[in-house]
Design a protein around this ligand. Structure first.
Ligand code: ADP
Ligand code: MG
Length: 295
């Protein structure tokens, strides 16, 4: 706490004179609620190492999803699969046609070093909003005339992120966006991401950011990529309950499993045998039955 307070007191960042509000309404929300990505029976195996398998989940337009999992569990690998840069071992990942994905990697080495930040941002239009957002994150407009090579990692991150937020991506993937940021900048980033009306997938160990911005989770646990319909706080509460009241959790799990089975079997009846969807669902039902037996 003392360290955080000291960091906050340092006031290395001038408070921006601009208004906070960054208006993303120019984006529209035509794609809100529509499925953008859908994974079925997805697996990634390197040699004899299974990162994840039998994973079914989806991402819908307008969602803000926190992507969690221990180091080395396969988060970046899945992102590369989504981008088409890594092969799929089993199953499939469907993407809606013409889906435009923006990816902000952990380290920024692909910015044109000899261009000024302003030239870079101008190329994408929307400069006034970029200025406001960057000022909120502690990069003053006067800094924008310097070449990008003179920017620190954290500053480059901000410039690239802001340019991406203003671009018309359908899905924006951020890999550890707060790593190089000080506290005031983190808070500014949180506000900006909250105001953002597009779709976000955020990999982050910054629990505060994930809890504040994301209301859905994608988690790699037990070698599965799972989607959860709640925030990080609730996820942690459930994990805690699992540890302290395993009996109660078991009862809940039994009931949930039962419901899942009924739902999936119902769905199966509506599908044509022999189709991919039928086979995936069938596989999932087998899996659920096996788990039921174990209980
Ligand atoms: N091309 C590859 N061949 C073999 N193993 C790999 C390859 N790429 C990544 N891995 C391994 O897969 C694991 C998951 O990596 P990664 O997706 O970067 O995890 P995360 O992003 O969750 O920290 C790591 O142990 C990594 O060493
Ligand atoms: Mg990673």
């Amino acid at each position: 706490m003392r360290r955080l307070e000291a960091e906050l007191k340092k006031e290395t960042i001038e408070k921006p004179a601009e208004e906070w509000s960054v208006d993303f309404s120019f984006r529209g929300d035509a794609k809100k609620g529509k499925r953008m990505v859908e994974a079925k029976g997805l697996a990634k195996i390197f040699g004899d190492r299974t990162l994840f398998e039998k994973s079914h989940f989806y991402v819908k337009g307008g969602e803000k999803i926190g992507f969690l999992g221990p180091n080395g569990s396969g988060k970046s690998t899945f992102i590369r699969m989504l981008l088409g840069a890594e092969s799929i071992t089993k199953g499939s990942v469907w993407k809606s046609p013409s889906l435009k994905i923006g990816y902000l990697p952990q380290e920024m080495n692909d910015l044109p070093a000899d261009k000024t930040a302003l030239e870079y941002l101008n190329a994408g239009g929307q400069t006034a909003m970029a200025r406001t957002t960057l000022a909120n994150m502690g990069i003053h407009a006067s800094q924008l005339i310097h070449p990008l090579s003179a920017f620190s990692q954290g500053e480059k991150m901000k410039v690239k992120l802001v340019s991406m937020l203003l671009d018309e991506y359908d899905l924006l993937i951020l890999d550890e966006p707060t790593n190089h940021l000080d506290l005031p900048s983190r808070e500014a980033l949180e506000e900006t991401l909250l105001a953002y009306t597009g779709t976000l997938l955020i990999v982050s160990h910054d629990r505060y950011l994930v809890d504040k911005v994301c209301d859905k989770l994608l988690v790699i646990e037990d070698k599965r990529l799972k989607r959860f319909e709640f925030s990080l706080k609730e996820y942690e509460q459930r994990m805690h309950m699992k540890e302290t009241q395993p009996g109660l959790q078991e009862d809940n799990e039994k009931a949930v499993l039962e419901l899942k089975l009924i739902e999936r079997i119902g769905l199966l009846g509506a599908l044509k045998p022999g189709t991919d969807e039928y086979n995936w669902l069938n596989e999932e039902i087998d899996e659920l039955l096996k788990r039921k037996k174990k209980q």
